[in-house]
Ligand binder design. Structure first.
Ligand SMILES: [Fe+2]
Ligand SMILES: [Fe+2]
Length: 174
């Protein structure tokens, strides 16, 4: 990622964290977004064809427009409209934005699907969230083989993803 692009993403994180409508301890808030982002990076590295830039952007935007922690059914479409409204300020190309919009729009009701990027987006979210709804994420609701494998193993998924991310950064070091 070019330096300038990294700065723009950092600014986006600061902006959305500051503008988030719910309290900072919300289970749909920035701590969840960060966890989804770590999942997205790990799952992208294990899923051929997945676009890690789109998946990281999804982590940031997908729940950012929530207005309550309950069944806010419209928060996905709201996030999609937000991305479209701010399209010119988002450092992604048009094809990437189109995938991001769809991923945000349908993330609350999407069934497992074949698109590797959207599959990684939704699985990154579900790997973090299903720990509240069930004791562990259910593989039948996941789109990617990488996420299904992690879900089957169960345990402390947040901790395991952190370790996998560390391994990944090490192996990518020059
Ligand atoms: Fe959501
Ligand atoms: Fe989420």
């Amino acid at each position: 990622m070019a330096h300038n692009t990294a700065v723009r993403w950092k600014d986006w994180w600061l902006k959305l964290e500051a503008e988030f409508a719910l309290p900072s301890w919300s289970c749909h808030g920035p701590e969840h977004w960060r966890s989804v982002e770590r999942n997205a990076i790990v799952l992208s590295s294990l899923t051929p064809g997945a676009d890690v830039e789109v998946a990281r952007a999804f982590a940031l935007f997908h729940d950012s427009q929530r207005l309550d922690d309950g069944w806010d059914d419209e928060h996905g479409p709201r996030a999609a409209r937000f991305v479209e409204t701010h399209r010119d300020e988002i450092p992604l190309n048009d094809a990437q934005v189109a995938v991001l919009v769809r991923a945000c729009e349908e993330h609350t009701r999407g069934a497992p699907l074949d698109d590797p990027t959207i599959g990684v987006c939704w699985d990154a979210d579900r790997l973090d969230f299903d720990r509240f709804r069930h004791n562990k994420p259910r593989p039948e609701y996941l789109s990617t083989e990488a996420a299904r494998r992690i879900a089957r193993e169960g345990g402390d998924i947040r901790a395991r993803i952190r370790r996998m991310l560390l391994e990944l950064n090490r192996s990518e070091a020059p």
